[in-house]
Design a protein. Structure first.
Length: 525
């Protein structure tokens, strides 16, 4: 373990500072497809009983009308975060009728591209903007790719921790600039080490054969309806043949916040010739993308991790980051574990806390001398063949066995987990870490290996397995109906969200073309 990490852990172990580690904040966003009783994509509108997808704070949609997204608030205890996520699931199932929530990340058998419904957000300008943005995604990448679901894990260190670390570093910048620099450092280390998360938590080694729509691929056939790779951990995070687009060469610089925001600003401001050829509107004058730039908006960049800042009404993410710096990070590469009703559990959450705190505290020099490319290569290698015996990764220009490097990383993360346990007065982070050590020692314990084992043992296709898990999870949630108070709270939130949407629609005075033009100009103001 480096001297710097040892020093910082000793600093935080001091009595005045140790309680701060109880104040890390967690939030979870879980996406999942609505499906019918046959395991096919639900073609129904977003259930009105769930409220407005535009304005509900906890229940919305992502790309498709059928792709639900559940959003928790933030809490210092991940148990509370998961309890809130479970309450959202229970309420949703109480209102879903004969529909279900698809259990894994990779989608159910999908209808034709043209028949996949894009999410609708009403007639307001902001609602139409969200819809047109998704039309642009369909135009640029196809609808099928947008039906993949995942879990996003939001994490922040306590605000009171930054002055402690800053004083120890002797850093004279503002607290805001120091905090942003340290979060960027966390992100650089995440880029270095996130292959480990793919090995430990990747859960998408197989997919429905129709997903690739006849595209060329390197996957193998497990059966007539299932494609897979024998050692894959997360095909969701692989290229899947979808890299022929403007994003292929876009890797924002993570030297500092200003270089990161500048690289994204260029992407949302620079026209891309193939998108210009498509046009903003179709021949009939209907909007089909917001603009013809490399990215329509900042969120179009498909990154594994994002620096984030809560935005004010009408404020764009880049504006918030430039004005007030980084507030938290969003981990975006996590598969939904199809063996878990919520797709994630406490052990994974606690390990993520230790992993992310390790990334924040460990030395994190700028990615140089090919390290950025090596980090990308390591990540893609693990998602495609992470369980291959003897697999080697690149570290500092040299080959190192995955198992050896994983063991060394877990040894360092164990020191962070021990400090978290001292802060909390228990051993739960160490126990979560022990679960991950077992997976490194025996790859058959990983979720990806367990999925393939189930397919082979039961003679199931991917979709048959997924539907079996979907039904089991539906039984779990439906057997625990929301309490009267809980039901009333959610129903009130749903009604209020519909009222807010109606108010937004009634207040609009600007025509949509002018609204989009103002939105585009807002970044340069």
């Amino acid at each position: 373990m480096s001297a710097l990490l040892t020093h910082r852990l000793a600093l935080l172990a001091e009595a005045p500072h140790l309680p701060l580690l109880n104040q890390c904040l967690h939030g979870i966003e879980r996406e999942c497809l609505r499906v019918d009783a046959h395991g096919h994509l639900a073609m129904t509108p977003h259930p009105i009983a769930l409220g407005s997808a535009l304005t509900h704070p906890q229940i919305t949609t992502d790309y498709s009308e059928a792709l639900l997204e559940f959003i928790t608030g933030t809490d210092q205890d991940p148990r509370n975060t998961l309890a809130e996520l479970e309450a959202i699931h229970r309420f949703t199932y109480a209102k879903l009728g004969d529909e279900y929530l698809w259990s894994p990340s990779m989608p159910c058998p999908l209808p034709s591209e043209a028949d996949i419904p894009i999410a609708e957000y009403g007639s307001s300008n902001i609602g139409r903007l969200k819809h047109v943005y998704r039309q642009g995604l369909a135009l640029r990448y196809g609808k099928t790719m947008q039906c993949i679901a995942g879990i996003h894990y939001n994490f922040s260190l306590p605000e009171a921790l930054w002055p402690v670390l800053q004083a120890d570093d002797g850093d004279t910048r503002s607290v805001q600039d120091y905090r942003s620099a340290r979060y960027i450092g966390l992100i650089r280390n995440f880029r270095r080490y996130s292959w480990l998360l793919m090995y430990l938590f990747g859960a998408s080694p197989a997919l429905d054969a129709g997903f690739l729509r006849g595209r060329p691929h390197q996957l193998e056939a497990l059966d007539a309806d299932t494609l897979y790779l024998p050692y894959a951990t997360s095909l969701r995070m692989s290229d899947l043949g979808y890299q022929n687009n403007a994003q292929a060469g876009l890797t924002p610089c993570y030297d500092d916040l200003s270089s990161y925001t500048e690289s994204l600003f260029r992407a949302v401001s620079t026209p891309y010739t193939p998108y210009e050829a498509m046009g903003i509107k179709d021949a009939a004058g209907n909007w089909q993308q917001l603009n013809t730039n490399v990215l329509q908006i900042e969120n179009e960049y498909y990154s594994n991790i994002r620096p984030k800042r809560v935005t004010a009404t009408g404020e764009r993410p880049l504006q918030a980051l430039r004005a007030r710096g980084i507030q938290y990070i969003e981990v975006r590469c996590l598969d939904i574990n199809p063996f878990l009703p919520l797709g994630i559990d406490l052990a994974e959450s606690r390990f993520l806390d230790a992993f992310l705190l390790f990334c924040a505290l460990a030395d994190s020099p700028c990615l140089a001398d090919g390290e950025c490319g090596a980090a990308t290569d390591n990540f893609l290698k693990v998602v495609k063949e992470g369980r291959r015996p003897g697999l080697q990764l690149q570290r500092c220009g040299e080959a190192v066995p995955l198992g050896e490097w994983a063991g060394q990383l877990l040894d360092e993360i164990a020191e962070v987990a021990a400090l978290l346990d001292r802060s909390h007065g228990d051993s739960r982070h160490a126990e979560a870490l022990a679960e991950q050590r077992a997976k490194v020692a025996d790859s058959s314990l990983t979720p990806s290996a367990r999925v393939l084992e189930q397919l082979r043992t039961n003679g199931e296709s991917f979709s048959q397995f997924a539907m079996r898990q979907t039904l089991a999870h539906a039984d779990y949630f439906r057997s625990q109906a929301p309490s009267t108070d809980e039901l009333q709270q959610f129903e009130t939130a749903a009604r209020q969200s519909l009222e807010r949407q109606a108010a937004i629609e009634a207040a609009d005075t600007l025509d949509f073309d002018s609204f989009v033009a103002d939105y585009q100009r807002s970044l340069s103001l």
